[in-house]
Design a binder for this molecule. Structure first.
Ligand code: ADP
Ligand code: MG
Length: 465
């Protein structure tokens, strides 16, 4: 019998086994277009129409293929895939003509890779926390825009804001919104591949993949995502190889119109030691800032959180907490939970008792409430100018420069938005404050004396009661 006929017979038998172990639809989609080229004692070679087939089979069906062949030949084979010529793994790194070529990419960029929805039963929403949903997220002025952008992205991933970049201080809801997007996408499309990961974990896994020679698998995993949520990207600062890797992942996903959502404690341009090309890409889509919630929003958040507690927390205690803890929603909720457990043990609680119970949180808060007023006073005193000059219009550099320094410090220390800072500095606009911050940032790089002076003002401010 000619070799070709043997191959065909072998394939017919193996196919029969395959058909009985995967759905008809999966069979048609993934195996019908496979061509068995040769089957030696160890290696079995296939031709696949494109790299998507190869990736998908390697990721999901190797055990199935193994056992189908095993049943017919009684052997354990290795599988080798050849991508049909002309449709070889794509190396296309161009989006809107504006991307840099990714010829320097360390591996082929699987730009065209798509997760077929009805095939994705094995890919759950990795790392998603079911409690962090849109329903549980209270919207107020401090997060309204970020929330709206998150909703838009969740409804049309890859098609509205891409990438979407959240920034703002710790405990203000960035991670919550990222999870909410992921969970919501999967509610609409249960089989979409959503990955949530911190950039720290991304870096760890990347290093692990390098050490264990499994970089190809690492890349595939991320590049097959429909939605990639990367938390705290400032952690990538200074980590060149991880940035490089992330850059290529980023390009591959954007190229395939997959959604990317990122967040950080500051806007992309202010993350130190982040490669320019990443900064540019992070700024490409939409950035959305989360700022400190006002008292009304804080109270609403507490009310919402209280619904899920077993004990009833009286309104006056919620008002007390909302009035005293403003810098972090995490601490705000922590205070509520602490008060609630006290009540469940001891019954009624007075605000005095609450003050005692929350002493450490409140102290932390006092240290953290770096008011603009304090910063303005501290800087004015240091430069021996009048406090009124902080909000005034005087232009001489001896006054304008300290004012810029105060804006810079206020930005660094309070986490307020440029808009809010502008208002506090005599009704200036957002662009003026941003310009001031950039100017000082540049100057401290060049001028060691100024750098020292600013850092000693900062130390003093942190120490002051
Ligand atoms: P970040 O990532 O900005 O540091 P998180 O998203 O982790 O902050 O939020 C801290 C805590 O506060 C979480 O428990 C989160 O659920 C809660 N939280 C933050 N913002 C809101 C909000 N607007 N409504 C309800 N809970 C919130
Ligand atoms: Mg977070």
């Amino acid at each position: 019998m000619p070799a070709n006929d043997q191959i065909e017979i072998l394939w017919n038998h193996v196919s029969a086994h395959l058909r009985s172990s995967v759905s008809a639809d999966s069979y048609t989609r993934w195996f019908a277009s496979l061509k068995l080229l040769s089957a030696g004692d160890d290696a079995v070679r296939f031709r696949v129409p494109d790299s998507i087939h190869q990736l998908w089979i390697e990721m999901n069906y190797l055990p199935v293929l193994q056992s189908a062949f095993g049943a017919v030949t009684g052997l354990r084979h290795q599988f080798v895939f050849e991508v049909e010529s002309g449709l070889a793994t794509t190396e296309n790194g161009k989006v809107n003509g504006a991307w840099q070529p990714v010829a320097e990419a360390p591996a082929p960029v699987e730009a065209a890779v798509r997760v077929f929805e009805d095939e994705a039963e094995k890919v759950p929403g990795e790392g998603l926390s079911p409690a962090l949903t849109f329903e549980n997220f209270v919207v107020g002025a401090s997060n309204q825009f970020a929330h709206a952008a998150a909703l838009a992205v969740a409804q049309k991933p890859g098609r509205s804001y891409n990438p979407l970049f959240f920034y703002g201080g710790s405990g203000l809801g960035k991670t919550h919104l990222m999870h909410a997007i992921g969970t919501s996408v999967r509610e609409n499309k249960p089989r979409a591949k959503v990955i949530y990961i911190t950039s720290e974990e991304f870096t760890n896994q990347f290093i692990h993949a390098l050490q264990t020679n499994s970089i190809a698998r690492f890349r595939k995993r991320f590049r097959l995502a429909d939605v990639l949520l990367i938390d705290d990207v400032h952690f990538l600062a200074g980590k060149e190889r991880s940035q490089e890797e992330f850059f290529h992942t980023f390009n591959a996903l954007l190229d395939g119109h997959k959604q990317i959502v990122l967040c950080s404690d500051r806007p992309p341009g202010e993350i130190k030691d982040l490669e320019n090309r990443l900064v540019t890409r992070f700024e490409w889509g939409q950035t959305a800032e989360l700022t400190q919630p006002d008292e009304e929003t804080r109270l609403a958040i507490l009310r919402k959180r209280a619904e899920s507690l077993e004990v009833e927390v009286p309104a006056y205690l919620m008002e007390f907490i909302a009035s005293r803890i403003s810098t972090s929603i995490r601490r705000l909720q922590g205070a509520l939970v602490r008060v609630a457990s006290w009540i469940s043990l001891h019954g009624r609680m007075t605000p005095e008792a609450a003050e005692e119970l929350l002493r450490d949180l409140l102290a932390h808060e006092a240290k953290n409430v770096m008011t603009i007023d304090r910063i303005q006073k501290g800087v004015a005193a240091n430069f021996d100018i009048r406090l009124a000059d902080m909000t005034g219009r005087k232009r001489p550099v001896a006054i304008a420069r300290p004012r810029q320094i105060a804006m810079y410090l206020a930005r660094e220390l309070t986490g307020l938005s440029y808009q809010e800072l502008g208002t506090a500095f005599g009704g200036r606009d957002h662009g003026t404050v941003m310009h001031a911050c950039r100017t000082i940032e540049r100057l401290v790089k060049e001028d060691a004396a100024l750098r020292f002076r600013i850092s000693s003002i900062e130390t003093q401010l942190r120490r002051a009661p």
